[in-house]
Design a protein around this ligand. Sequence first.
Ligand code: GLU
Length: 489
Amino acid sequence: MRVRMAPSPTGPLHIGTARTSLFNYLASRHAGGTYVLRIEDTDVARSTAEFEHDIIDNLHWLGITWDEGPQVAGGDEVGAFGPYRQQDRMERYAREADRLLASGSAYRCWCTPEELDAVRRHQEQAKEPPRYNRRCLNLSDAERAAFETANRPSVIRFRVEPETIRFDDLVRGEVEFDNSLLGDFVLVRNDGSPLYHFVVVVDDEAMEITHVIRGEDHLSNTPKHIALIRALGYREPRFGHIPLILNPDRSKMSKRKSQTSITAYREEGYLPEAFVNFLAFLGWSPGTEEEIFTLDELTERFDLAKVHKGGAIFDRDRLDHLNGVYIRALSDEQLALRLRPWVPDAIADDDLLLVVPLIKERLVKLGDVPDLIGFVWEPDDVVAAWYGPDLLHPKKGGPDEARAALERALVVLTELDDADFAADLLEQRCREAADDAGMKAGDFFSPIRVAVTGRTVSPPLFASLELLGRDRSMARVEAALRKLPVAAG
Ligand code: GLU
């Protein structure tokens, strides 16, 4: 088994491409086959080195590896079937185009854009399917010679046979297309640059690809590819089209409407092992209730025949859930290490390790850490600027209740010396103070939480106070009191 992923470096790694790459990886590793990376950069105007970098880096980040092709962006190519970049394969395409011209399977077309437009309009009016009218296929020798002498711009078109194309899709089963509807499509532009349908077929043969596994958006391309394969006398690979990834409203996940770049998910702080686990379930399932799989376990279980035909819904809640499961499976030391990029350099590793137990239970994404625990390292005045006086009001109460709680809390903090400044004792004293004030514990704690963390939702309050220490806790409660209006009377 030889499979390939064939990304076009015309954008950052897209979630659909990542999932296709993963399925190719799993299928080839499961079968002990070979995995090829081919860079489809025939679209020179839109392909960039930065996008290639983004694609390769993020594939590595996901843990996906391959046997042939460039192993790192801009690096040397590995493998005996190169070059693996289409820009470096132009000679072969030109040779194969000549072969098609010589056999009569392709022909030159000199029609101008205006002429093609007129044909299209005519077909629209006649309610016929839009396709090339084959004018240039039927030119006389004299007409052809005239165009050639005039050096009029031309393209090379494939002569599509009016036949029914059938293939046994690895995912969808028997598929049938009527190629008489296709029209003769362009293989090579006037400037000699070859187009996608042509190069993909040439490359898959040259690289001895046995299984073409790609997104369902390519399904309608496959009859064109099979027709070309036949005209060129190539071996026909097996095709497998995996379902599209859909938004929850079942619309297609598009760059404009949805977050599709892997970099964006990575920057939010999803763990690669959670993300890969999530991707694997977009269109596949092991057929059991199990949901946590390492890449190796996925490889062992993956079966292309179990890939679903219907669209795969992208469920963010499930991704968040999986990420949480993976976060909680890390040791505190491992999690501290993973959090490092989201935490200011000024925070020492030991101090970071201290906050980890406070947030591990509720952390959804690594990137949430500044929001969740930033109050520990932000200066008091910054934290005070995060909230307005109203936020200090407990659920049942207004500024008076807030002030009562904060004043009593200040007494508790003042009375404990540094040695006793521990979560258990703080909690006990604050509960007693709440009783004294005739307030519910929740209402009493809430203004203290906002004062100390700047937020209504935070890690456990008393552990937070302990971590912050006596002086800083007191300073924050005092700052909160200054925000409240002066007591009436
Ligand atoms: N370069 C194509 C794309 O990025 C993939 C082609 C294929 O898999 O056949 O969509």
